[in-house]
Ligand binder design. Structure first.
Ligand SMILES: C[S@@+](CC[C@H](N)C(=O)[O-])C[C@H]1O[C@@H](n2cnc3c(N)ncnc32)[C@H](O)[C@@H]1O
Length: 318
């Protein structure tokens, strides 16, 4: 049994810092949970990793096909249905998959000699494994590619936007629990927070799932530290191996993050990372003037840009 006061602090931090801009509705709900002793007792009885706000909120959204309208409804949905909610929370993990992150990856990938063999660690449903199959609308910079999914991206600085999409010969996704873009579509949708951009993000998931369905990636189940070397060794000759990850290292304990960085540096691969800057104690992280959350894009350990966590902006350095 965890400490309900600690759970309340976690939910209040989510309400005050993580959610207000991206989802005022989730911020309001989380404020209510943080002040509700019955809900805090329910959460404190769960394993630590299962107490996070976006997991319970995602599960409630999945079970009811919409988020709770207010705190009273949230309270009823949990406390009147405890067994079902607990079962779903224990069975699931937050595995948000956001193909819009490809707009920031693209200039980094296109700078490498093709054909590329992409290995994404922490791939979820693998929707970021198709940077060459999406189209892009860089502002400024113009349009690139033809696809049912066009990813918009505001640009500052001078990223090396390619004239052509890179050639990708191999796609491998590694995840503790690979999701299927179609069979798990309802869970992927439930993980999208209500708020600005929600409908656009949900539409993007369907379009990306259609792209993935046409050429399924090879998905490998396992811990990235354990299965990455074999995945790299299994690649055919004549391709440029690229290991990449976005929004993954934050889920690893600090020691595993360092072990991963050491591992990826020891392999014959290029390494593209797009993560919150706090996970990179090894990199010299440049300052960013924005007050909202940013990811750092790095190529082979060298920071090249700041990006929006769910895609949509790219601030090239230098
Ligand atoms: C937030 S999702 C990001 C998915 C995708 N990279 C994206 O940007 O849309 C994080 C993913 O990392 C996976 N993950 C977390 N720890 C992992 C580990 N040790 N080994 C493999 N996958 C892991 C989770 O299962 C989850 O699917």
């Amino acid at each position: 049994m965890g400490d309900p006061a600690a759970v309340a602090r976690r939910w209040r931090a989510f309400a005050d810092h993580e959610a207000p801009v991206r989802s005022p509705h989730y911020a309001a709900l989380a404020t209510g949970v943080a002040a509700d002793p019955d809900l805090l007792a329910f959460l404190a009885a769960l394993p630590p990793l299962k107490r996070q706000p976006n997991l319970l909120l995602g599960v409630l959204t999945l079970l009811h096909d919409r988020p709770p309208a207010d705190d009273a409804e949230l309270r009823a949905w949990v406390l009147d249905d405890v067994d079902r909610v607990r079962t779903e929370v224990l069975a699931r993990a937050t595995q948000t998959n956001e193909p819009a992150r490809c707009a920031a990856l693209l200039p980094a990938l296109a700078g490498l000699p093709g054909p590329l063999a992409l290995i994404e660690v922490g791939a979820s449903a693998g929707l970021c494994l198709y940077p060459d199959r999406y189209a892009y609308d860089y502002r400024p910079g113009g349009r690139l590619g033809e696809s049912e999914l066009v990813i918009g991206c505001e640009v500052t600085g001078a990223p090396p936007l390619p004239a052509r999409l890179p050639e990708v010969a191999v796609r491998v996704g590694i995840d503790l629990n690979p999701l299927d873009p179609v069979a798990d579509a309802a869970w992927l949708r439930a993980l999208v927070w209500p708020g600005p951009g929600h409908d656009e993000r949900v539409a993007r998931l369907s379009a990306a799932a259609a792209v993935a369905g046409r050429e399924p990636a090879r998905m490998v189940t396992g811990d990235l530290l354990e299965v990455l070397p074999d995945a790299v060794a299994s690649l055919p000759a004549g391709v440029t191996p690229v290991v990449f990850h976005t929004a993954v290292l934050t889920y690893l304990p600090a020691a595993s993050r360092s072990a991963f960085v050491e591992l990826v540096r020891s392999l014959p691969v290029h390494w593209v990372s797009q993560e919150g800057p706090e996970v990179f104690t090894e990199l010299a992280v440049p300052p960013h003037p924005a007050t909202d959350e940013r990811f750092l894009l790095a190529v082979d350990g060298t920071p090249v840009a700041w990006t929006a966590p769910h895609g949509g902006s790219l601030d090239w350095l230098g």
